[in-house]
Design a protein. Structure first.
Length: 254
């Protein structure tokens, strides 16, 4: 575990924290006038992140998910809830999001987004309403930046990190991306290298982004259908071409 705090000088009104967990990096940008509330928010979110790792990390033999998959223990209520959420996303995407991975039920494709949703709830309970949380490309923003302006979310091309493929400006924004996880790299029918989904929450957006990669050539039809329900999307094909759902294109002015 590696943690880093930046710009956390008492009275600065800003706490920036970086946590290495899940084999990835989660960054917290918390703004507010109450230093104690910012610190308490950070501490509770960090505890949540490691709890999520303990429960849902499919790469850890000692995680609750792995032990449940081996029939060593019953599923906790929390694990059942997230598995049910994954099943809901599977139905929503007509099976493009497959809740089974390597032949076993595995909600990996929704967990990061679900964790960020929970972290934002924690911040709200502490009265921290201006923030950005980025968990390996699943980004949630609330409120405004330090300048009072809307947050700016920038998405880069995984094949060329210097190439910005999307910039979203807003206050309360949920942006999920998929394209570089092991689960996705192993998909045989993939026709896209990056999918980005915006919507009411990150857990479902996370799953839809995974489904967009898995759907292959059927992705535009699926995502156009979901666009009507408020799940806006962009897909970058393996050849670098860009497709956007109707409402996403309207939002971006294209």
């Amino acid at each position: 575990m590696t943690t880093t705090d930046q710009n956390a000088t008492p009275g600065s009104g800003r706490l920036v924290h970086v946590e290495q967990v899940w084999g990835s990096v989660v960054s917290l940008h918390l703004l507010g006038t109450d230093d104690a509330a910012l610190a308490a928010t950070r501490d509770e979110i960090v505890a949540l992140l490691h709890h999520v790792d303990d429960v849902f990390n499919a790469s850890r033999d000692d995680s609750e998910l792995s032990r449940w998959q081996r029939d060593e223990i019953p599923a906790s209520g929390e694990l059942q809830d997230v598995l049910a959420l994954a099943g809901t996303v599977s139905v929503l995407t007509h099976g493009a999001y497959d809740v089974r991975w390597n032949g076993r039920p595995d909600p990996t494709g929704v967990v990061k987004g679900w964790a960020v949703d929970r972290a934002i709830d924690i911040a709200a309970r502490h009265g921290v309403t201006n923030l950005v949380i980025n968990a390996g490309g699943n980004i949630g923003t609330r409120g405004a930046s330090g300048s009072g302006r809307p947050w700016q979310v920038v998405v880069s091309d995984p094949a060329d990190p210097q190439r910005v493929v999307l910039t979203v400006v807003g206050n309360d924004v949920n942006v999920a991306t998929a394209g570089s996880s092991e689960r996705i790299r192993c998909m045989r029918e993939r026709t896209a290298r990056l999918a980005t989904v915006m919507g009411p929450n990150l857990a479902v957006a996370d799953g839809i982004a995974t489904a967009a990669i898995a759907a292959g050539s059927a992705a535009p039809s699926l995502l156009t259908e979901l666009d009507e329900s408020g799940w806006l999307s962009q897909v970058i094909a393996l050849d670098g071409s860009v497709w956007r759902s109707p409402k996403f294109a309207e939002l971006m002015g294209t």
